[in-house]
Design a protein around this ligand. Structure first.
Ligand code: AMP
Length: 215
């Protein structure tokens, strides 16, 4: 099974993708993670995209399509979860062609719907544990008072450079201008399903299981 998780920044795509990786052994392909890795390792491409990402703009189609192509060529997994890709119509067309080349189908496109006020609250205040990736939030799930992650004990608090109000506004603008047309695109192709992302994490997970016929 190959699926796309669609939704504005902060909708919960990464969190739900993690659940599918753990429960079904699917392979998560997050272009955001790939670009952050490139940025952190200081590669030429990483240097090129660092500024674009911190502004909240989209990096070029050519770069992200190249990253996805590399992964599809090398992976034989149980199925792919595309998280944060595609984000433009050109990327969506390219993904269709790449899947066809490796004889794979796109089974579902799942939109995780949330409203903008909730998104801003979720993102500004978000942090993750550098040790295990556990997600925290200043208001709803603050770091334990002893400063150690409740899962792995690490004290490494990571905040994304683009998780601030200014970059977020630009990320939202990019989403509405360039990514939201994909909802119509996949609706017309017949594989779009929308779920309510405003519910609790467990409830969203249940909806996801339901639409993927996993219950
Ligand atoms: P994300 O982790 O998915 O929120 O992505 C973080 C940032 O990486 C975005 O704001 C973009 O700058 C860049 N990025 C991630 N995926 C894409 C993509 N498919 N197309 C263009 N830029 C992307």
């Amino acid at each position: 099974m190959n699926i796309i998780l669609l939704g504005a920044p902060g909708a919960g795509k990464g969190t739900q993708a993690q659940f599918l990786v753990e429960s079904l052994g699917m392979v998560q392909l997050s272009t955001g993670d790939m670009l952050r890795e490139a940025k952190d390792s200081g590669t030429e491409m990483g240097k090129l995209v660092a500024e674009v990402m911190s502004r909240g703009d989209l990096v070029t189609d050519e770069i992200v399509i190249g990253l996805i192509k590399e992964k599809l060529d090398g992976e034989q997994g149980a199925g792919f979860i595309f998280d944060g890709f595609p984000r433009t119509l050109a990327q969506a067309d390219a993904l269709g062609a790449l899947l066809k080349e490796c004889n794979r189908d796109l089974d579902r496109v799942i939109e995780i719907q949330v409203d903008d006020t909730a998104l801003i609250k979720r993102i500004v205040g978000r942090s993750t544990c550098g040790g295990c990736g556990q997600v925290y939030h200043d208001e709803t799930k603050p770091w334990p008072l002893n400063g150690q992650c409740s899962i792995c004990g690490s004290t490494d608090v990571k905040r994304r450079a683009d998780d601030n109000e200014e970059s977020l506004k630009q990320r939202l603008m990019e989403y509405y201008k360039k990514t939201s047309p994909l909802l119509g695109y996949y609706f017309a192709k017949g594989n779009l399903i929308s779920i309510n992302g405003l519910l609790s994490m467990d409830e969203v997970r249940s909806s996801l299981k339901k639409v993927l016929n996993l219950t």
